[in-house]
Design a protein around this ligand. Structure first.
Ligand SMILES: [Zn+2]
Length: 416
């Protein structure tokens, strides 16, 4: 019986990632002509979470109008936040002991940065806009959210998933995402190219029609997703994916919710190897998003996404491209500290990329050579399905698939 219960627990635990996470409700109202917005943000801990101090950080430029914390004692202070290299305002709510619900609501106003808007009246509220509060040092914690967006007549809103209800001027979305990654792209019009077969992949462009160069993203995204679904994603495959093009900035980043935001103006060209690698890198973050940006475990995000994009090149026969990218990144890695124990705050900012992206990629390439392609795919697929978030858990997967000797060998590579 005990074994049955244990097994059931394991099965349920791995089948649903349905563990209790905080719930977030956001009501955003936007005035596109001035880029001003108001936001009501409610953060609620899961029932039974008796954390007594809740800290929400918010950009200092935003004006907090009201804070409601139920029975909590609430204070506001400023602190320097190294990850953004900026001072932030922090709302601290101290809850009395007991089992009552812990909730905190902030009403605030602000203006979207110029660089997140365009002349075509596109406004980008995204994972890189930094428009939301987040728990101290947990900007990428997973939350369940409901997002309502109010816009003037004549504007539309798109997000990482289709709207649940759209009345004129009001759009509603729900999902599970990292705390900072709730997305609302606002524009008078959107154009899209949608896959007619296979996974539901869409390329959505805000403000203007897709150029031929942008339309070419769709077949490439389909090809990349098909490759990943056979390899790294075969235990947890992509059935739906959205590429959001905003034209706001030279920036590309992924979000946990089967989407990537590519903000390039009009020059994102997947016929070029560099942009193709970027697209493949961002799509693979669907699986590589469970490490923390604050410690060594970020290599489980960035090195894995970097190497996944190179595996795609290799599988498509561009071995010269694979080699060239490998050499370019590998030559930055001599005389860098080990991945295990890496603390980005102890080095100049460039060291982060050299260790977390480049050296991590070199280690994965070495693992590839050590175990072969088929076993590497098995390791990556299992790591992805288990949403591995620590280096030791990854070493555990390597040990299960490839044996104790490989595990010991890899641990040594990560420690040098
Ligand atoms: Zn990345």
């Amino acid at each position: 019986m005990k074994i049955l219960v244990l097994l059931l627990g394991l099965v349920l635990g791995s089948a649903f990632a349905g563990y209790a996470v905080p719930r977030v409700q956001v009501q955003l109202s936007v005035e596109p002509t001035t880029q001003a917005f108001t936001c009501r943000y409610t953060f609620a801990l899961p029932a039974g979470d008796t954390t007594t101090v809740l800290r929400l950080n918010l950009r200092k430029a935003f004006r907090v109008q009201r804070v409601q914390g139920g029975r909590a004692i609430v204070q506001t202070r400023r602190l320097y936040y190294p990850y953004f290299a900026d001072t932030m305002q922090q709302v601290v709510a101290r809850y009395p002991a007991g089992r009552q619900a812990r909730m905190l609501t902030l009403d605030y106003t602000g203006t979207l940065d110029k660089e997140r808007t365009t002349a075509a009246q596109v406004l980008e509220f995204s994972g890189h806009t930094n428009w939301l509060p987040f728990r101290h040092l947990q900007e990428y914690e997973v939350v369940e959210y409901a997002l309502g967006v109010r816009v003037p007549a004549g504007y539309q809103v798109r997000s990482t998933s289709p709207p649940l209800g759209a009345k004129p001027g009001y759009f509603r979305f729900e999902g599970r995402a990292c705390a900072l990654e709730l997305t609302a792209i606002i524009a008078p019009q959107f154009w899209q190219a949608v896959a007619s077969r296979g996974p539901a992949i869409a390329v959505v462009k805000a403000g203007a029609a897709l150029s031929p160069m942008e339309a070419a993203i769709l077949p490439k995204a389909q090809d990349i997703v098909a490759f990943y679904n056979r390899t790294i994603g075969r235990q947890d495959s992509i059935t739906r994916f959205t590429v959001l093009l905003t034209g706001t900035k030279q920036d590309a980043f992924a979000v946990l919710e089967n989407a990537t935001v590519i903000t390039y103006a009009d020059n994102f060209d997947v016929a070029q190897r560099g942009d193709l690698l970027t697209l493949a890198h961002e799509i693979s973050h669907k699986w590589w998003g469970y490490g923390s940006v604050h410690d060594e475990t970020d290599w489980l995000n960035e090195a894995f996404a970097t190497y996944s994009s190179m595996l795609y090149l290799q599988a498509r026969g561009d071995t010269a491209g694979y080699r060239q990218n490998y050499e370019k990144l590998a030559k930055t890695t001599p005389n860098t500290p080990p991945i295990i124990g890496f603390d980005r705050t102890k080095y100049e900012s460039g060291m982060y990329r050299r260790v977390v992206y480049n050296k991590g990629m070199v280690v994965l390439a070495a693992l590839h050579a050590h175990v072969g392609t088929q076993q590497l795919y098995t390791i990556l697929a299992r790591t992805a399905a288990q949403q591995v978030s620590t280096t030791s858990a990854f070493l555990g997967v390597v040990g299960q698939v490839a044996g104790a000797e490989t595990r010991t060998w890899l641990q040594a590579r990560l420690s040098e």
